[in-house]
Design a binder for this molecule. Structure first.
Ligand SMILES: Cc1cc2nc3c(=O)[nH]c(=O)nc-3n(C[C@H](O)[C@H](O)[C@H](O)COP(=O)(O)OP(=O)(O)OC[C@H]3O[C@@H](n4cnc5c(N)ncnc54)[C@H](O)[C@@H]3O)c2cc1C
Length: 483
């Protein structure tokens, strides 16, 4: 099958998936005004393939049979593969209004993690998961599918293990084993794009002990599977935003759901881990090893946007040469370039792993992701400081367009000489949309939590960092062990 078009992708979403939004069932997601915005945003990936400017980046030949496939599905085997993958993720996000175009990349991050880990499970325990994952992977790239990836469980009492929760369903678990498959119950949360993906890959969220055996489960199912119930978030549930007041969020959106598995049957061929608790943590990590590169790659356009809009508003206000303003612009540019440099280094210093694949350098990826998250709110603070209070007190489109009030706004909200009120309102609207609106709030929480919260990144770096090397050097200069 050739690569799909945006229209074919949209058509593939007409199924019986069960999605609720604000207490109502959505009968057809392709007709829902809010999900339509998200579908159109997600279709960016399909448009890139059809655009001669991006085709070489977005499309590759399958290494074994030469067939065309989306680059997202190419298992990285070199630093160059990782650089190209990162460039594609960044490009899709840039073309998609600085909001990640997630579905294909998160799905392929999951598939790569599954391919590597199931090979290890099979070798250690004599199971036969790898051929199933490989068959599913082939089905996905051949049909040019896109994905939701459900990893984060609802988790209840965070200090307790899955099996020690007061309610046993707070982590997804196997409740029945049949000859032809398993039945699972529980819920995942924050699952992006389930409303408009084709397949959902489900992975464990953490390492498990033997007592958590029933929770060590991984599989993939179509979104219209019986018993799967999706409750779409009401946050930022805007429709018909006008692009003057909301220049970005009028046309870009992701959706998230509380993803409930109400005794869902999974057939054998789609089960990729079933009780092998020793490998739950390894599988969770193998996905994350790719997914954090996704994270830092797609942050780059948003950071460029913050830097560019901050500089523009400073120029419009006539203060770009003032010392404290230069200081803030320097800070913003240096923040953005640090993440970019770390992203490239993480690819260049790739680490070899199973199946001839490489992973981005884990220490550098985690430093980058943590640096981004830890300083994001400081970046917002600098941008909002430069913009001034008008960020949240400005006029609406109707006032700017009105014959009566438009000229007044043009006169009284003008900036430095030559900058009209209307121009200034446009850049302020951009900044309010991406930093103070509900969409801005979404970005702020996305920065902190998506792809793992900061403590997870610290833990990972703590594991990865070469403490021995640094300690040995300190010991040598301290004269220790030389007497
Ligand atoms: C916009 C968005 C999209 C997302 N998309 C997806 C998706 O598509 N698929 C998916 O699987 N996930 C997704 N996530 C989930 C994301 O990975 C999680 O938000 C992240 O892992 C943090 O988990 P949590 O939100 O449940 O926070 P919590 O785990 O509730 O964390 C809150 C605080 O509690 C702390 N904490 C939690 N547990 C412990 C503990 N045991 N000990 C000490 N401190 C603890 C945390 O460090 C943090 O400070 C998304 C998140 C966002 C915000």
């Amino acid at each position: 099958m050739p690569l799909r078009t945006a229209a074919q992708y949209r058509e593939s979403l007409k199924d019986d998936r069960v999605v609720y939004f604000r207490g109502q069932r959505i009968p057809d997601v392709t007709q829902h005004p809010l999900v339509q915005v998200a579908i159109d945003h997600e279709a960016t990936d399909y448009r890139l393939v059809a655009d001669p400017r991006f085709r070489d980046l977005a499309v590759v030949r399958h290494p074994d049979n030469g067939e065309e496939m989306s680059r997202y599905f190419l298992p990285p085997r070199s630093a160059e593969d990782l650089l190209q993958r990162s460039a594609l993720i960044e490009t899709a996000c840039r073309e998609g209004g600085a909001l990640v175009v997630l579905s294909k990349v998160v799905g392929s991050d999951g598939l790569f993690g599954l391919l590597r880990t199931t090979k290890k499970v099979d070798a250690a325990l004599g199971t036969s998961y790898y051929p199933r994952v490989k068959a599913f992977y082939d089905y996905c790239w051949r049909n040019d599918l896109n994905f939701a990836l459900a990893q984060t469980d609802v988790k209840g009492d965070r200090a307790r293990r899955p099996s020690a929760q007061a309610d046993p369903d707070l982590y997804l678990r196997i409740v029945e084993e049949r000859r032809d498959g398993i039945v699972v119950r529980g819920a995942k949360v924050h699952t992006s794009n389930t409303t408009h993906a084709n397949e959902m890959i489900v992975l464990p969220t953490r390492a498990m002990g033997e007592e958590d055996k029933a929770y060590a489960v991984a599989f993939a199912i179509p979104l219209a599977t019986k018993g799967l119930k999706l409750i779409m978030s009401g946050y930022g549930s805007y429709t018909q935003r006008n692009p003057f007041d909301y220049p970005v969020s009028a046309t870009v959106k992701m959706t998230e759901t509380l993803t409930i598995f109400d005794d869902v049957f999974v057939p054998n061929e789609r089960i990729f881990l079933k009780g092998e608790w020793q490998f739950a943590g390894a599988l969770a990590l193998a996905f994350v090893e790719y997914h954090r590169l996704t994270a830092i790659s797609y942050k780059l356009p948003f950071l460029d946007l913050l830097v560019g809009a901050a500089r523009l508003v400073a120029e419009y206000n006539g203060i770009e040469q003032v010392a404290h303003v230069r200081e803030k612009l320097f800070w913003l540019a240096s923040y953005a370039e640090t993440i970019r440099a770390l992203t490239q280094q993480a690819c260049l210093k790739a680490v070899p792993t199973e199946l001839g694949m490489v992973i981005p350098n884990p220490a550098l990826v985690n430093i980058a992701k943590h640096h981004f998250a830890a300083h994001f709110h400081q970046a917002l603070s600098h941008v909002q400081d430069l913009a001034g209070g008008i960020l949240v007190t400005g006029p609406a489109r109707e006032d700017v367009q009105s014959e009566e009030t438009g000229p007044l706004i043009d006169k009284y909200l003008q900036g430095k000489q030559g900058v009209s009120g209307k121009e200034r309102v446009r850049v302020l609207n951009l900044l309010q949309d991406i930093t103070t609106s509900d969409f801005g709030g979404y970005h702020a929480v996305l920065a902190l939590h998506a792809e793992g919260s900061m403590e997870a990144e610290k833990l990972q770096l703590y594991r990865e960092y070469d403490w021995q090397r640094a300690v040995a050097y300190a010991r040598r200069l301290a004269g220790l062990g030389q007497e």
